[in-house]
Ligand binder design. Structure first.
Ligand code: AHG
Ligand code: MN
Ligand code: MN
Length: 329
């Protein structure tokens, strides 16, 4: 089995990007170690702080953010970073080639129940000149690499540099990432969907109707039965979609009119969309392709519908229809 270093070299990845991806992978090994020690290391539970988005930070949100920030700050290829847990962008060096956006710990609500969590990252080219928030506001299409690390029963790294999606498994004996799937591929069709059903009454009409039709199974217009899964960590749900197909969505809702979307464009939606597209799937908001969105601010949130291409298309058909005459469900 190839190591990560051997794989990057065989793909012809240039030295600066290989260095950065190695930094991210090495840091994820340390995060995996901290997560695995859980209560023994005193890393469970919440802090008294909130992040810029008004969410209470878990201890592990802060610890993992600090670990990534420290490692990336010491990496000469990094010009700047943006994190879900940082209020503002952080300027790192004067000459690095890359900007890194990350969600240091995805699935924070799973930490205290010893369930799936992960890290998501996105690498963008650093523009010339002064660094500002504006430098980061590039469509996802510009990403040069993206990936996630899943701290599950085994620790896995899914990575794309635009040449498909490769999956590595951390060997606990050698602490080395080994290539265990060289081409992740999302089936075009699926009979599995992932959505937080408790928000049903707050969705827009197209999503209400689409999910209602899935739930009707064989007796509905889709004429087949669907199964449902929800891990409450995007990283886990997207990993399942990459492994065996499926549709994952966190759609628009009007539960809190000031916050119609949950997932963050720069730290979650864009990197996951890059992986999904590279594995043959699709990623949309319902109205536009996620990776084509021109970001307006670094902490921006978006609706996300991604996964098996034919199922995403089926969902998008509902979004193209006029619901103005229909009674709400
Ligand atoms: P984070 O832990 O980084 O804040 O992200 C959690 C996100 C995402 O991972 C997951 O799909 C979703 O929030 C879960 O939301 P609900 O708690 O509403 O199910
Ligand atoms: Mn997250
Ligand atoms: Mn997070």
């Amino acid at each position: 089995m190839q190591t990560l270093a051997q794989h990057l070299s065989s793909q012809g990845i240039q030295a600066p990007l290989a260095q950065l991806l190695t930094t991210l992978a090495d840091t994820s090994k340390a995060i995996s170690h901290a997560v695995r020690h859980g209560a023994l290391a005193g890393v469970l539970g919440a802090t008294e702080q909130e992040n810029v988005q008004g969410e209470t930070q878990k201890k592990l949100d802060v610890i993992t953010n600090d670990m990534l920030k420290e490692a990336l700050t010491a990496d000469s290829t990094v010009r700047g970073l943006a994190s879900e847990e940082e209020d503002h962008i952080v300027e790192v060096g004067q000459s690095g080639d890359f900007l890194v956006c990350f969600d240091p710990l995805d699935g924070s609500s799973n930490i205290d129940i010893n369930s799936l969590v992960g890290t998501i990252f996105s690498v963008l080219p650093a523009p010339q000149g002064e660094l500002s928030e504006q430098s980061f506001l590039q469509p996802g299409r510009q990403q040069v690499a993206a990936g996630y690390v899943l701290y599950g029963p085994s620790t896995m790294l899914a990575l794309t540099t635009g040449q498909g999606v490769q999956l590595f498994t951390l060997n606990p004996e050698t602490n080395e990432y080994l290539l265990t799937n060289e081409a992740m591929s999302i089936s075009k069709d699926t009979a599995e969907f992932a959505i937080n059903m408790s928000n049903q009454r707050f969705w827009e009409a197209p999503m209400q109707t689409y999910i209602a039709d899935l739930l009707l199974g064989k007796i509905g217009p889709r004429e087949k039965s669907f199964n449902m899964r929800w891990i409450a960590a995007m990283v886990g749900d997207v990993h399942r979609v990459l492994s065996r197909g499926g549709l994952f969505t966190y759609p628009t809702d009007n539960k809190n009119p000031e916050k119609p979307y949950k997932l963050r464009l720069m730290y979650e939606a864009n990197p996951m969309s890059f992986l999904v597209e590279q594995a043959g799937g699709k990623a949309s908001t319902g109205y536009e392709t996620i990776m084509d969105i021109q970001p307006s601010e670094i902490h921006q949130r978006v609706a996300v519908i991604l996964g098996s291409a034919n199922e995403v298309d089926a969902c998008l058909e509902y979004h193209g229809q006029d619901y103005s005459e229909e009674p709400s469900l």
